[in-house]
Design a protein around this ligand. Sequence first.
Ligand code: CTP
Length: 441
Amino acid sequence: MSDYMFILESHLSPEQSAVLTAVQAAAAEANLSLFLTGGAMRDMLGGFPIRDLDFTVEGPAAKLAKDVAKRNNAQILSTDEHRKTAELQFPNGVMCEISMARQEKYGKPGARPQVSPATIHEDLRGRDFTINAIALSLNRASRGLMVDPTNGASDLERKELRAISNYSLYDDPIRILRLIRFKARMGFEVHERTMQQFHNAREAGMEKYIPARALFTELRHLALEPSPSEVLKALEEFKLLQLFSPGLTGAKLNPGAFAKLAKAKAMIPFGAPFSVDWYALNMFCLTQLLTPKEKAALLENTKMSKEEADPWQKLEARIKKLEALLKSAKLSKASQTFDALKKVPGEEILLLFLKSAERIVQDRLKNYFTKYMPTAMEVTDEEVTEASGLTPDQPKFAKARDERIAARLDGRVRKPAPPPEPEPPPPPPPGRGMLGRGRFR
Ligand code: CTP
């Protein structure tokens, strides 16, 4: 296995690894050259967590995406016929993008580029920043070979953001915002010439040419950032937030809500099965202080569809019943609170934590994160089998697990004692130890 394949494998979650294997298998069968590219490569080499997988294929990407989706029961979330890319979500939650290796020619800034099939090298040279233009071959004959025509790996090492061409930000002005976002997220320096290009592009007002849908994509990226408030602050400094809505100025950035959300996020136990629609939650915080008119401007400026707006616009209405339930005296045992929350989407629980002024609700939510979830995660299959006599392949096992968790939460049974430590081996008789080690050297 090449060094890079090894680094990649050790950075991926088991779910991401399964997706990598599935896409590789489909591409190999279709005889297509496949590469891991973009953010996934940047994050792997930079030591950041890999969020989603970006694949580039030399050939018909849409056909490969359909094939992968069909074989793996994945959902095609969106396709861009013009740029030949498709976004997929797998049943295990992993998101990936499959794109055709392409060359884009821009007649005018922000205009629809002319797209033509290209080699991986040509594709990489047309990207925004060098750290985003690294590929890893996933092809049988060259698996693990890194393709890095603009020396992105060394910029990653130096922690520097460098535009690939002198026209990067002019060709596709959304990159003006991307530059700020990557800088805020990773804390990298911007290369001198790129900074000059940034100032020139701003002086020329290039941000006017950003298409509404590119703004929406950027807003979605922003809402999925690990720390959106840092990026928002940076965009505000450069007076770029008004592109989304004229009302989105410093006073409306809602730092209190983002700080409380970060506090709640830190309470979620590592590895807990707790899925959150961060887009909905962060968009709620971002728009909470906007007037209806300012929100309408945001929808208009990003041409946001109803399906894209509903998740955050309707989020608050979804938590009313949950708050009433968590206030109720009916929940007298820990297991009842746990049951009331375990199937509720994470974004609703976190929003309730942000919004509820009820002490009892706050306390129950805190207990859920800091006591009940960790206790439930401690219950192993072996423990359930020992208590119930059922094995995980039997249909009643899930119910037995729930019962065991409830018993542990309510203090009816205790955590099993850890297995006894093995007895330490007796010390070697004097004089024999050295001799023994020497014999096996
Ligand atoms: N890209 C580009 N110019 C753009 C948008 C994207 O060159 N305007 C390229 C970059 O190489 C980028 C890749 O397409 O890495 C994938 O884009 P995207 O998914 O938007 O970004 P990521 O780099 O994956 O970043 P994130 O971590 O925010 O998902």
